[in-house]
Write a new protein. Structure first.
Lengths: 314, 314
């Protein structure tokens, strides 16, 4: 069993940590680490991120490609990436847990009026009694996307008392949440959502999905959290809805272009809180063991969880 | 059964809502509402807040006093308040739920580095990879006070994955948390706390308890959330520990004097986030039914939960 790790365009932080964890977890195996891949024909399992710079190294004998990223849309668009080799995306416990924690913090920030109280402090105003402080039980969180990340987030929010509803392509069953499915139920889902959490994968269908018509289906005063992909939202439409008062607060972790360009209006909008794509960081300590178990599944003739359906796009 | 509601120095918001809810819940009963208390000798049950302005009306035939506030320290210090009449403090479901939500939001704000990312945004800096983003499982929340509010908060935090430890006067049993008790275990409790949540009642023992010696027992980089009473913390000591870098973030909902005086350093300190005593708002819709069940308990010869021990101070 031979493995290669091609880290090009991986996360910027701590690349050595990843190489070290991969070497540790696969000690005793043949592991080649980019750029020292001298025998690409030996490689059966290729560990990679969401994208590869040209030139693509030709690995003629791959059994599988294993992404360290939950989103794989850039790999699917890359004409160099072989389409006849199984591609597995990351479904990692620390990834869903980290996402759920991020979403909980974002929802609580909106729910508890942190932005309002920061502004009050800046104005030296006490501000008691000025905000309608609802309890979580009176606030509906609408989560778009009912996959691993959406479910982990919804479960944590439900345990904090929020009303949860999902919207996804196909209907699901939850004991703690309502499930809406398909285009026909989108309007009903949005009309009853106070805080929208975007957690759908980026596909042809979801690109630019959140435009002004979509946003106007939310009730006035709703807020939006995007932790999926920047290209799902039309930025100018979101800004227009913020400025005409229809949308109250926006929390963004992902952007059409990252890092967010210096001239972008999000940088200076007072009701936009943003973070630099940190909502679900893949952590070496849990992700590499997950990759190892995926490879073991392949070796035993099984297909691991996270196999990408190229037609569906995730 | 005759009831009076003396709303003097109650919460500022929506006083009519409270009178209306009390009249609704006790319809058919004899209810006098301050200032229209023409027959104080008729009153058996007095509903009040945490303090009463002079002059105290003499109610010679009280069976019980029922506070709408969880904290009763001002009533206990008031020389006019009769000491031979049972005093019940508010233990209300929406109060603990609201507190738990507030504490969750405050802990998440610190845990996820919201302050850091706000500063990055103000500086137009992307800031990826600059913060050590731990998971909740690697963060210990130390809760001082293991009463109703502390337990509701700790349970919600535990369900979000945080490590929870309590410190209280006497040892308690929790399946989700460690219990430290008494002065002898305070140091161990503090040394292993990343984020301290203050939820002890204000008593002679806890007044000024959080001073520089106390704060230095926390590890460097710890953060402090006070949702109990302002007089538990020595403000100048807390500010000194913020400024020498020992304490990282402070979130305050309560202050020695409220509203916080205009000249106070908290207003302008960048690492202090504050709210105007809103962490657990008593809500008429749930608190008045609680009072009604307390009165029913008295009428049936029982003592309701929340009976204040005047020696202990809560």
């Amino acid at each position: 069993m031979a493995i290669a790790y091609d880290s090009r365009l991986g996360i910027g932080a701590a690349p050595n940590e990843w190489e070290q964890e991969i070497l540790n977890q696969f000690s005793g195996q043949k592991v080649q680490i980019w750029p020292d891949i001298s025998n690409p024909e030996d490689v059966e399992y290729l560990i990679l991120w969401n994208t590869i710079h040209d030139p693509w190294v030709d690995y003629p004998n791959l059994k599988a490609m294993l992404s360290l990223s939950a989103g794989v849309e850039q790999l699917l668009r890359d004409p160099n990436i072989p389409t006849d080799v199984p591609l597995i995306r990351m479904i990692d416990i620390s990834l869903s847990v980290g996402m759920a924690e991020y979403v909980m913090g974002a929802v609580m920030r909106i729910h508890l009026g942190h932005h309002f109280y920061s502004e009050q402090k800046a104005k030296h105003e006490w501000g008691f009694g000025q905000l309608d402080l609802k309890l979580a039980k009176d606030r509906t969180i609408g989560i778009m996307g009912a996959g691993e990340l959406g479910q982990a987030s919804g479960e944590m929010l439900a345990s904090a008392g929020f009303r949860i509803q999902y919207w996804s392509r196909s209907r699901k069953e939850f004991d703690y949440a309502t499930s809406y499915a398909g285009d026909g139920e989108l309007k009903t889902f949005l009309a009853s959502t106070d805080i929208l959490v975007v957690l759908v994968p980026l596909t042809a269908d979801t690109t630019d999905m959140i435009n002004v018509d979509f946003l106007k289906m939310l009730p006035k005063g709703a807020s939006v959290i995007n932790v999926a992909r920047g290209r799902i939202i039309k930025d100018e439409d979101l800004l227009a809805c913020l400025d005409d008062g229809h949308i109250e607060q926006v929390i963004l972790d992902v952007f059409r272009k990252e890092p967010l360009p210096a001239e972008h209006a999000f940088w200076v909008h007072p009701r936009v809180f943003m973070t630099p794509h940190i909502s679900s960081i893949t952590r070496a300590e849990t992700a590499v063991p997950t990759i190892r178990s995926h490879i073991k599944a392949f070796e035993n003739g099984h297909v691991p969880k996270g196999l990408v359906d190229r037609t569906r796009g995730y």
